[in-house]
Design a protein around this ligand. Sequence first.
Ligand code: AMP
Ligand code: GLY
Length: 468
Amino acid sequence: MRFLVVGGGAREHSIALALHRAGSELLVASSNANPGLERIAQRSVRVDPTDAPRVVAFAKDARAEAAVIGPEAPLAAGVADALRAAGVPTVGPDRAAAQIETSKLFCRELLQRHGVAGQPHFVAPATPDEVDRAVAGFPGPFVVKPSGLTAGKGVRVQGSDFTEVKEGADYAKSILAQGQRVLIEEKLEGEEFSQMAFVTDSGVYPMPAVQDFKRALEGDHGRNTGGMGSYSQRDHLLPFLSAADRDLAVGLIEKTASVLRAEGLPYRGILYGGFMLTANGPRLVEFNARLGDPEGINALALYEPGDFAALLYGVATGSVDPNLVRFRLRATVVKYIVPPGYGDKPTTGGLVAVDTGAIEAAGVHLVYGSVDAAGPGVVRLSSSRGLALVGEASAIYEAGSRVEAALAFVKGEYYLRHDIGTKADLSRRVEHMRKLLAPNAKPSPIPLSVASPEAPPSSAGSPDQVIG
Ligand code: AMP
Ligand code: GLY
């Protein structure tokens, strides 16, 4: 099958790799020449992926049989609508349904209108006076976020990004002054996780749960970023996430898919719930209308040797064979190599040398993001996330150690969060959740896992380590 991949980052490279493994011919429409995509693409074109007429023209000229849209910007620009109108079945919602991500106000109001539980308290002030009234009457710490797309970087959280109520109010007013809507939301306390699912007419098909590391610096300090790395656990839960809480999150995705349909917005694509596991169960932080980056890289690394093209084609055409939705029972860790200063003032143009053969020999996969080829085995970093290293093992911390070992074969000036997927970090998260659930409980020694009470399926081999 000839599949068009729209977008040129690491998420799109991992989609393309999964399609390539299924024997698909690949067409790529992206603004950058991603060295990983270039290597496996049959044809690629340098085009702004939000330029619907040009993307469609390329799809027609290259005789694409189906398309998958990676990033949110083309969804917001109506590229899925245009491809469908041109007769190309597409994974990715139409512009109207993509509002579930592109307008946080649309999302919150839709779910509120249909009584879908699991949302934080929120207000959407439309004037500076309403901002003052909203923050004055707000029952506790709050979060300020523009309603529109900000690549995960526009949210300011009281206690980490600002302290005083007035600072939050001033930020909200500055968003209004730019002509944008703003949301003021209850600050949710807990551990975040990403639950993604394929969504189409025939149903909702969940992927393994993943935890993303959004903050730029180790220990979850620094600015919010698009995501510095992520991990997934062998049983597709997380060290702090039980099957019951995962199922509640999946239920919320199912309800959302059905209310979108009820409002005349059928959805064929990926729906990704960003959740906070709180003391009162999972709460929705936001929805995204696409695979997470990096979380999609974890999920697709686990896709069983099977026909990923048939799965995506099923999503695009409305009918998925559930037997195609299979993920291996392994833990994964993704760590991003980014330019120094990423999240604040990134230094662009730095060269990084990668010994791909040695990295692969160490059992780690290299996924290319926003980099340019700069000679054999050398890439040039841009201001965005450059290379994703993906480790896989039985336990999360082992997968993390594999990535760390592979760094011996990466040379250059870069930054990477070494704490992702370490035992210390996993324990910290489990302990955080335990404290929230029982504020007066004393920390107890290992076993720390509050996860999955049930044993992993017997086909999965020996039981996991306690953590990860
Ligand atoms: P978003 O752009 O909605 O994904 O938000 C980016 C990040 O801001 C999230 O991943 C959270 O870490 C944080 N955030 C957003 N909304 C809330 C909330 N209501 N409570 C706590 N943290 C939040
Ligand atoms: N990793 C966060 C996102 O893809 O939005």
